[in-house]
Design a protein around this ligand. Structure first.
Ligand code: FEO
Length: 394
């Protein structure tokens, strides 16, 4: 177990690194593990703990508080009610009977309803409200939908440290404390943004604008590394939430007998020869996190599927559901694929994408193996996509 780590005078990291976790929500792959970061802030008069840790790691948090000799805790700041940050509240409150939990009004309600803290130990704070620890001041910035409705960020004014909980974080288990390997952290943070934050892109834009009013020396999120160069992650987020997509096609597909695969291969070649980048995912073997990352910037989504019992292959349906839920900024979408004896594959896939604000391009669907005219239709589709992208980026 790592020891508590000092960030500034009286400010410590008291989190837990989860080296072995490979799945979040039993859905999201965590190729690099994760961490649950909690922070202790000691003022001249009072002490606050910012967030707790996943219930599996409560003993690690308690060990940090032992090592730091914390005998009294006045406040626990619950930036976010989800269990990986508020799941140890009960044990912390039992150990520190004087501690009061601080959250947004919605956060208070959720913590009570989710059985994570009793109402009598909770206090709601308004947006912009401050809490004095003596020589230190915590300011609370309401930031709903990063990624739950009750979330807030905490700003330590005197040290100019932002504690944004999930926001700006990454699933990364590492002994690096800061983002020293920026290319590694960029990829992990982009994966995190894609999987967790992307559906709330427009709201996040507003939060980033608000944060531009603050002087920030250090960002200390609740997953992954800290940012001692805050502009690194803030600029990355600015590019991810921007409206303009890139000259990229995302192409997730499944092929049962090779027909859809042949179509996919032909389309990929036709697109690449027209200068379009393709992110190709055989869904039988793909990491859905990689697919999510590719959706951050793509201008077009092409879904490739055979027809299975009159509809899309179930694995394709699952990917379409995910793409719809993540609400990427793509401007165009279509379907290519095959059938043996009929069905409504295209209709069923497009009906699964109501959240995508896209222009639907003419699908290419063939019976059995693609013939010369089908390959010509794919060439035409590639031409249309290249022209649409060129117009978009002109
Ligand atoms: Fe890391 Fe939304 O919890």
């Amino acid at each position: 177990m790592l020891s508590p780590r000092k960030i500034a005078t009286g400010v410590y990291w008291t989190g837990a690194v989860d080296w072995d976790r490979r799945l979040f929500d039993d859905l999201i792959p965590l190729p690099d593990g994760t961490s649950y970061n909690a922070y202790l802030v000691q003022g001249s008069e009072r002490t606050a703990l910012i967030d707790t840790v996943d219930p599996e790691m409560t003993a690690v948090l308690m060990g940090h508080l032992d090592k730091l000799g914390v005998e009294r805790l006045d406040y626990v700041i619950a930036n976010h009610a989800e269990q990986d940050h508020s799941g140890s509240l009960a044990q912390v409150l039992a150990r520190y009977p004087e501690a009061e939990v601080i959250a947004t009004p919605k956060g208070v309600k959720m913590l009570v309803e989710m059985g994570l803290a009793p109402a009598e130990r909770l206090r709601a704070v308004a947006d912009g409200e401050t809490l004095s620890l003596g020589d230190r001041t915590l300011e609370f910035i309401h930031a709903p939908w990063v990624h739950w409705p009750e979330t807030m960020l905490t700003y330590l004014r005197e040290d100019k440290i932002l504690f944004p909980c999930d926001f700006l974080g990454s699933h990364l288990a590492t002994t690096d404390f800061y983002a020293t390997d920026e290319s590694l952290v960029y990829e992990a943070a982009k994966r995190y943004y894609a999987e967790i934050m992307m559906p709330f892109r427009r709201v996040i834009k507003g939060h980033l604008k608000r944060l531009s009013e603050y002087e920030i020396n250090l960002i200390a999120p609740s997953h992954g590394v800290l940012y001692d160069r805050p502009e690194f992650i803030l600029e990355a987020y600015q590019s991810w939430v921007a409206d303009a997509p890139h000259n990229i096609v995302v192409l997730p597909y499944i092929s049962m007998h090779g027909s859809t695969r042949k179509m996919v291969e032909h389309l990929v070649d036709a697109l690449v020869s027209r200068g379009v980048t393709v992110k190709l995912f055989n869904l039988a073997v793909t990491d859905i996190g990689e697919l999510a990352i590719s959706l951050v910037d793509a201008a077009t989504i092409v879904i490739g599927s055979p027809t299975d019992l009159t509809g899309p292959h179930p694995t394709v349906a699952s990917a379409a559901y995910l793409a719809n839920a993540l609400r990427p900024k793509a401007k165009f979408a279509t379907v290519i694929g095959s059938y043996g004896w009929g069905g409504q594959m295209v209709k069923k896939i497009t009906a699964m994408l109501p959240n995508l604000k896209v222009e639907l391009l003419e699908p290419v669907i063939v019976r059995g193996y693609p013939q010369a005219e089908d390959l010509a239709a794919l060439e035409q589709l590639a031409e249309t996509i290249a022209e649409k992208h060129a117009a978009l980026m002109a």
